[in-house]
Design a protein around this ligand. Structure first.
Ligand SMILES: Nc1ncnc2c1ncn2[C@@H]1O[C@H](COP(=O)(O)OP(=O)(O)OP(=O)(O)O)[C@@H](O)[C@H]1O
Ligand SMILES: [Mg+2]
Length: 263
C-alpha cells in the first residue's frame, strides 16, 4: 500500500464492450494508467473513442468487463452498491456537458441536492449551497429557476452543484461543450482553482484543444486505446510539444475567427 501513496486512482487493464445487436463493440481495449492525488488530468480524443465510457467507469457507474479500478488502494467494483453510492456521494463531484435539473426546484435547491442525499438538513444544505454559489459569483441567481438562466450560467451553477459536497475527485465530461469562449474560460478557471487552491483531483474530458496545456497529464484516447503514452505535460518534452502544437493551432484558429468576427 505504501507505494500507492500519492496515487488516487489506478486503472488496470480496463476493457469494455457494448452489445450491438448480436455482436459486441469493443470500446475500451485494455487501458492502464494512474491518476495522482491533486493532479489535473485531461483526456481528449475523437467522438466515439470511449471517453464518456471511461469516465463512467472511473465514477463507479459502469463496471468494466475486464480490469480493475483501484481507488486509494481499494478495488472500487469489489465494494457493495451502498459503499459505491457512498463513494459517489462523498468523494466524487461530476460536471456534465448539459446540465440536468430538477426543473421545479430553484437554483439553490438544485445545488443543495447532493447534500440532501448525504443527510444534511435542508437549512444547512442551503447555506452551504449559497456559499458555493457565491464562490463562483452565481449567488444572485440562487432564487431563480435553472431554466431561467443562460447556458453558460447554468453550467456555472452545475459546477457549484458538483463541488458543494466538497469532493476530493471531480470528473468533468466536456463541461465547456456547449459554451461560448468566455463562459468556457470561466468554467475552466474554476476547475483550475479547485486544483490549485483546494488540492482537488480533476479528470476532464474536452474537445477544446486550447485547454490541453492546463493539464498536468494529458491522455489521448483513440479507438479504445491510449496513444501518446499520457506522459506529464510538465515533465515530458514530447507531451509539452503535443500540448504546444495544439495550443498554437487553437490560437491560430481563434485568431482567424476573431478577425472574421470583428469586421
Ligand atoms: N450504453 C451504450 N450501449 C451501446 N453502445 C454504446 C453505449 N454507450 C456508448 N456506446 C458506444 O460506444 C462508443 C463510445 O462511446 P462514448 O460515449 O464513450 O464516446 P465518447 O468518446 O464520449 O464520444 P463523444 O466525444 O461523442 O462524447 C460509441 O461508438 C457509442 O456509440
Ligand atoms: Mg462523450
Amino acid at each position: 500500500m505504501g507505494e500507492d501513496k500519492g496515487v488516487m486512482l489506478r486503472i488496470e487493464n480496463v476493457a469494455h464492450s457494448y452489445h450491438v445487436g448480436e455482436s459486441m463493440q469493443e470500446v475500451l481495449k485494455g487501458l492502464s494508467f494512474d491518476v495522482p492525488e491533486s493532479s489535473f488530468v485531461i483526456i481528449f480524443g475523437p467522438s466515439g473513442s470511449g471517453k464518456s465510457t471511461l469516465l463512467n467507469i472511473l465514477s463507479g457507474l459502469l463496471k468494466p468487463m475486464e480490469g480493475k479500478l483501484m481507488f486509494r488502494g481499494t478495488d472500487l467494483y469489489s465494494l457493495n452498491p451502498e459503499q459505491v453510492a457512498g463513494f459517489r456521494a462523498k468523494t466524487l463531484g461530476r460536471v456534465y456537458q448539459t446540465s440536468y435539473w430538477v426543473k421545479s426546484l430553484k437554483v439553490v435547491e438544485n445545488v443543495s441536492l447532493p447534500l440532501y442525499f448525504s443527510g444534511w438538513s435542508k437549512r444547512s444544505a442551503q447555506e452551504q449551497a449559497i456559499k458555493y454559489l457565491k464562490q463562483i459569483g452565481m449567488d444572485k441567481y440562487a432564487h431563480k429557476y435553472p431554466t431561467q438562466l443562460s447556458g453558460g450560467e447554468q453550467q456555472r451553477v452545475s459546477m457549484a452543484r458538483g463541488l458543494v459536497a466538497d469532493p476530493d475527485f471531480i470528473v468533468a465530461d466536456e463541461p465547456t461543450g456547449n459554451l461560448d469562449t468566455m463562459s468556457s474560460d470561466m468554467v475552466m478557471s474554476t476547475l483550475q482553482g479547485c486544483k490549485a487552491e483546494f488540492n482537488k483531483t480533476i479528470i476532464l474530458v474536452t474537445h477544446d484543444l486550447r485547454y490541453l496545456p492546463m493539464g498536468d497529464i494529458v491522455y489521448e484516447l483513440q479507438d479504445g486505446r491510449l496513444v501518446n503514452g499520457g506522459a506529464s505535460v510538465t515533465q515530458s518534452p514530447d507531451k509539452r510539444n503535443v500540448a504546444k502544437r495544439f495550443s498554437s493551432l487553437a490560437q491560430e484558429k481563434s485568431a482567424k475567427q476573431g478577425a472574421g468576427q470583428e469586421k
